[in-house]
Design a protein around this ligand. Structure first.
Ligand SMILES: [Ca+2]
Ligand SMILES: [Ca+2]
Ligand SMILES: [Ca+2]
Ligand SMILES: [Ca+2]
Length: 476
């Protein structure tokens, strides 16, 4: 089927991309502010340990982790904690606290939040964040910042913490949760985690696997298994790849894996990206036997030639589960020695692998440099990534990374002229770590090449001046 239909759709999209290019020229990104700052605005001198953060759709809440001891008062644990920056009221609050308000004594990190900022999940080794942590291991936690549901976050007595790396019996287990970035749906109900512990009857691989905890259903289900229920024959996720992402509804989960048996129709070898449809029969009940599928995401060069992902793979899933931003390396790709960025339309990938690579993304030095850390906005319109490659932007030097954005027009915008506008030889590297739903807000981590901290190291929020999505409110 469908080759003609497919060609028409490709053409339609190509025309759409071309038509938008004039708009891209007028797009501007403005740096708004440093995020890892004290309530009064003084930036910490402590460099971030993990370039990970979340930003709410309204741009107000930024959740991140930091080892800085000077972001809030009385942080004396000498450990990483999870913080939230309130950009509207210039507040900074620590979230990784025990029920009595005292600080955790062991580290908390890998924080991610829902689009409204209400739910925050993170990993912590602290054993006293909740009352039912029995395992002396790190676990996955979920903080509800508005457990009384009145719309006001972080009120005294109006928050609740729970441990979500539980087995289906509702108990903790020996190995706890592995330290990876978890994903949660927009309601904070479905939370993924990774563990070495076999929590499902068919998990006999002795490897880490991806599980999902459904809080309402009080179930824990194995995701890194094939459609017919065979557990992966190697680790999921890959140790170095971004581990897991989940769609807004919780239905689709993407994860990396080194297993070769997760999709018999597309066996492949080595690292792969897989998409688990938790409700493939569409009856609204996830994780039913016979009602869930797993497929390998195939990357294709323009013209349709299917390519393996390669040794390097990173990805990000849009909120509706349709779009995926992918960084993949393969010798037959547009950038033979490096990694390429793909905007992959999963909705079209029904019969043939289809990938769109903007032409500009193949310019520059094809024998060096890499593209990595792709993020796609939850609405799918804005794609951002980090690159050391020269995309024909004047002054882009070598060895330093910049953040590039593509907003559905096929044209790249380089945004990291800031906060050091002088030149590319500013000694700084940049990584995009979060995008809001319509891509209006972006969190970027900035690190100096050396090991010493400087005032320019940390998390920054950038804001797009012009956005094409309706309903954008520029003020946080
Ligand atoms: Ca601390
Ligand atoms: Ca624990
Ligand atoms: Ca409240
Ligand atoms: Ca396992």
């Amino acid at each position: 089927m469908h080759s003609r239909l497919l060609s028409e759709r490709i053409l339609a999209i190509a025309l759409t991309l071309g038509a938008g290019s004039a708009w891209a020229q007028s797009e501007r990104w403005q740096p708004l502010e440093r995020i890892d700052v004290q309530p009064g605005g003084t930036a910490t001198a402590t460099r971030f340990a993990l370039a990970e953060a979340s930003i709410s759709d309204d741009g107000r809440w930024v959740v991140f982790s930091s080892t800085a001891a000077d972001l809030v008062s009385a942080d004396s644990n000498a450990q990483s904690d999870v913080f939230v920056r309130d950009r509207r009221n210039a507040g900074t609050r620590r979230l990784s606290l025990r029920a009595d308000g005292s600080q955790a004594l062991l580290p908390s990190y890998r924080a991610q939040a829902t689009a409204d900022g209400r739910f925050v999940t993170f990993v912590s080794s602290d054993g006293q964040l909740v009352g039912n942590d029995q395992n002396s291991a790190a676990d996955q936690f979920l903080l509800d910042r508005d457990s009384d549901g009145n719309g006001i976050l972080d009120e005294a007595g109006g928050t609740s913490m729970q441990l979500v790396s539980l087995n289906t019996a509702g108990a903790t287990f020996f190995n706890g949760a592995k330290s990876v970035i978890a994903a949660l749906d927009t309601n904070g109900n479905a939370v993924t985690f990774v563990t070495l512990q076999p929590l499902a009857g068919n998990d006999n691989n002795g490897q880490p696997d991806v599980y999902v905890r459904d809080r309402l259903a009080a179930t824990t289900r194995l995701l890194s298994q094939s459609t017919d229920g065979t557990v992966g024959n190697d680790e999921s996720p890959d140790f170095f790849a971004p581990p897991v992402d989940i769609s807004d509804s919780g239905r689709w989960v993407a994860f990396s894996s080194n297993a070769t048996n997760l999709d018999p129709a597309s066996p492949g070898a080595g690292l792969g990206i897989f998409l688990r449809d938790r409700d493939s029969d569409g009856n609204g009940t996830p994780d039913e036997t016979g009602g869930s599928t797993t497929r390998r995401i195939r990357v294709a060069a323009p013209g349709g030639m299917e390519l393996p992902i390669g040794a390097f793979a990173q990805f990000d899933l849009s909120g509706d589960g349709r779009w995926m931003a992918i960084a993949a390396s393969n010798a037959a790709g547009p950038n033979p020695a490096g990694s390429d960025i793909y905007r992959h339309d999963l909705g079209l990938d029904l019969d043939l692998p289809v990938v769109f690579v903007a032409a500009d993304w193949r310019k520059g030095n094809s024998t060096c440099c890499g593209n990595q850390g792709p993020k796609i906005s939850r609405q799918g319109g804005v794609l951002a990534f980090t690159s050391t490659q020269n995309y024909s932007f004047a002054g882009v030097g070598t060895g330093r990374s910049d953040v590039f954005v593509e907003a559905g027009t096929g044209t790249l915008t380089r945004i990291t002229d800031y906060p050091v506008p002088a030149s590319q030889d500013d000694g700084l590297s940049y990584g995009v770590v979060a995008l809001s739903a319509n891509g209006a807000y972006m969190v970027v981590a900035v690190a100096a090449a050396g090991t010493s901290a400087s005032a320019a190291e940390g998390y920054f929020v950038y804001q797009r001046d012009r956005v094409f999505d309706a309903g954008f409110e520029p003020a946080p």
